[in-house]
Design a protein around this ligand. Structure first.
Ligand SMILES: [Zn+2]
Length: 132
């Protein structure tokens, strides 16, 4: 549970470490090319389909882990999306799903939920240590 929150947070923060390389419009789809900071020349492509609000990424992280990768968070931010696209709200019954629903679909609310949960865990850990 804590791990899932930490990993999602890690991806949101990881989006800040991406450098913009290129942005192309192909029909209704905006193709973002970005570069990982400190990995010059290693490009990752992520797309945003304006007509259906779909965000996807070539790295395959989402399919494997069930939550958005840093590249998708980057595109969501660049496109000023205020809500996490429906497709990215997990269908699988995991703690991450609970987190997405509870944290609401709004990106800001989601970040608030994560930071709130993080401080709650820190407090609980602190109290636990107090008893140990
Ligand atoms: Zn990705």
């Amino acid at each position: 549970m804590r791990e899932v929150i930490a990993y999602v947070k890690w991806e949101i923060e990881g989006a800040r470490l991406l450098n913009f390389v290129n942005k192309n419009m192909v029909l209704n789809t905006i193709v973002y090319t970005m570069e990982v900071y400190s990995h010059q020349g290693v490009n990752v492509l992520a797309i945003f389909d304006k007509s259906i609000g779909k965000v996807d990424c070539q790295c395959g992280f989402w399919k494997k882990n069930g939550y958005a990768c840093r590249h998708m968070f980057y595109v969501m931010k660049a496109e000023h999306l205020k809500e996490i696209p429906d497709r990215l709200v997990l269908k699988r019954a995991t703690t991450a799903q609970w987190l997405f629903i509870l944290g609401a679909q709004r990106l800001l609310m989601f970040q608030m939920a994560i930071s709130g949960l993080t401080s709650l865990f820190q407090r609980l850990e602190g109290e636990y240590r107090g008893y140990a």
